[in-house]
Ligand binder design. Structure first.
Ligand SMILES: *Cc1c(COP(=O)(O)O)cnc(C)c1O
Length: 455
């Protein structure tokens, strides 16, 4: 008999609204700025890239935003996602702490990303979009958008970070299976791609470069929009379905977390689990600790500057105030491809600045160690990204053991790692290293961040 305990909600309990943390913030975040004028951007500036419904969500201050019924209908295939109590892991750690995890790997593509891919495709279809361009790191986002867009008859062009394109051929095939076109980035298809290749023919690519390519292609065509899988307010909004379900499931378990943990690349799965808890902390004066975990090789929250910067390498996007390593920073090619982004969601950055959340960074090898220990106790092989959350959860549980404290820890298992077995192979073959970032490259990249008066 399994020691793992599973808490399942009835389908009727799928939330009817997303939770918008903007309604509860003690101070609003500063607005994005137009790169040319330095003035706050308006809906019209974003209209070439996004459907109006998503732009409305991006700037909304309403606490609850309705989930359209056709979207809930699709969510029903895998939602509500299960919450597990990891009793076997607790036993292996010999800790008095209780460890729970919300498992998002049950979606069709194996991660939390369809939670936003489906509504993004839905709102695009409503407004007549024929094609969507996007970027992808490890391929989780590209495959999720490819899956969602084909439900609504929309074509997808995915610019995939070149190093991941080479490391992860099966995610590429998955995108093809759903009917998307997948291009290694930097590519020869765009001005931004060609400019990078002229200077660095061997560039491994980065999310910042791939975003430039996708944005350039969408801006140039009337029937084409652009879609982002993380970072933006509306993406984080869609992911809050995770935390809302988790709260109900923790109630079913008769427990309430003292510590909530998520890994953070652009911040969306972290925010999805954590924001409903942050909002409750603010509204009810609770003191649940909320921890975002990032890779030591791409330490946006722990080493980056909180300042206005571009979201992409070619500086085509609006300027947003966020924790950033500089838009020209190219993170080392760690296996957690989904965490290799130079910036961080402005909302997550703002919460860190306000002291409402904590951040820490973890090295690659200690994360794989945690991932393997988790797989041996709970059976699920975690995505390399998710192992960062597991590392922190295990460390907190071991801290409880040291102090004889019985805390309740909840973390987000953002996805499974069954498409990432090459990463595990490299780990077992001793081929992984703790890729430090280049201090000089970081200093150069940070020095190139634009000076913006509105700060
Ligand atoms: C994309 C991805 C991440 C990182 O993105 P966030 O927006 O920070 O959540 C983490 N885990 C998995 C499984 C992913 O696919």
């Amino acid at each position: 008999m399994s020691d793992t305990v599973k808490y399942l909600l009835d389908e009727s309990r799928i939330p009817k609204t997303w939770y918008n943390i903007a309604a509860d913030l003690p101070e609003p975040p500063v607005p994005p700025l137009h790169p040319g004028t330095g003035q706050p951007i308006g809906p019209d500036d974003l209209a070439p890239l996004f459907p109006m419904a998503l732009i409305g969500q991006e700037v909304s201050a309403e606490r609850e935003i309705e989930i359209p019924e056709p979207v809930r209908e699709i969510y029903r295939q895998w939602r509500p996602a299960p919450l597990y109590r990891a009793r076997r892991l607790e036993k292996a750690l010999d800790t008095p702490a209780k460890i729970y995890y919300k498992y998002e790997g049950v979606s069709p593509t194996g991660s939390h990303k369809p939670n936003t891919a489906v509504p993004q495709a839905f709102f695009n279809a409503e407004e007549g979009t024929k094609r969507i361009t996007t970027e992808t790191g490890a391929g989780q986002w590209g495959s999720s958008l490819a899956y969602a867009a084909q439900i609504f008859g929309i074509e997808v062009d995915v610019y995939m970070v070149k190093i991941s394109f080479q490391q992860n051929p099966y995610r590429r095939s998955l995108m093809q299976t759903y009917g998307a076109r997948c291009v290694a980035s930097p590519s020869e298809e765009t001005n931004s791609g060609r400019a990078i290749l002229a200077e660095h023919p061997d560039s491994p690519g980065s999310l910042g470069i791939a975003i430039s390519e996708a944005v350039e292609m969408a801006a140039g065509r009337d029937d084409t929009k652009y879609s982002l899988g993380s970072v933006l307010n509306h993406v984080l909004l869609h992911q809050t379905i995770i935390g809302q379900e988790a709260m109900e499931q923790m109630d079913m378990a008769g427990d309430d977390p003292d510590i909530v943990i998520g890994c953070a690349g652009g911040g969306s799965n972290f925010a999805g689990l954590a924001f409903p808890y942050v909002g409750r902390n603010i509204r009810e004066g609770k003191k649940v600790r909320i921890i975002a975990v990032e890779p030591a090789s791409c330490p946006t929250l722990t080493r980056g500057k909180f300042t206005y910067d571009f979201g992409d390498t070619a500086n085509l996007t609006p300027l947003v105030k966020m924790h950033t390593l500089g838009s020209s920073f190219v993170p080392s090619p760690i296996h957690a491809g989904g965490l290799r982004y130079h910036g961080m969601s402005p909302l997550v950055s703002h919460l860190l600045d306000l002291g409402l959340i904590e951040a820490r960074s973890q090295d690659q090898i200690e994360c794989f160690e945690a991932g393997v220990q988790f797989a041996r106790s709970e059976g699920i092989v975690p995505a390399p990204e998710s192992t960062h959350a597991i590392r922190a959860a295990i460390d907190e549980a071991l801290e409880c053991k040291k102090n004889g404290e019985s805390k309740t820890i909840l973390f987000n298992l953002s996805g499974h790692g069954y498409f990432d077995m090459q990463a595990y192979t490299d780990y077992f073959d001793g081929k992984l290293s703790d890729e430090a970032y280049d201090e000089d490259a970081l200093a150069r990249s940070l020095a190139a961040v634009p000076e913006v008066a509105a700060e």
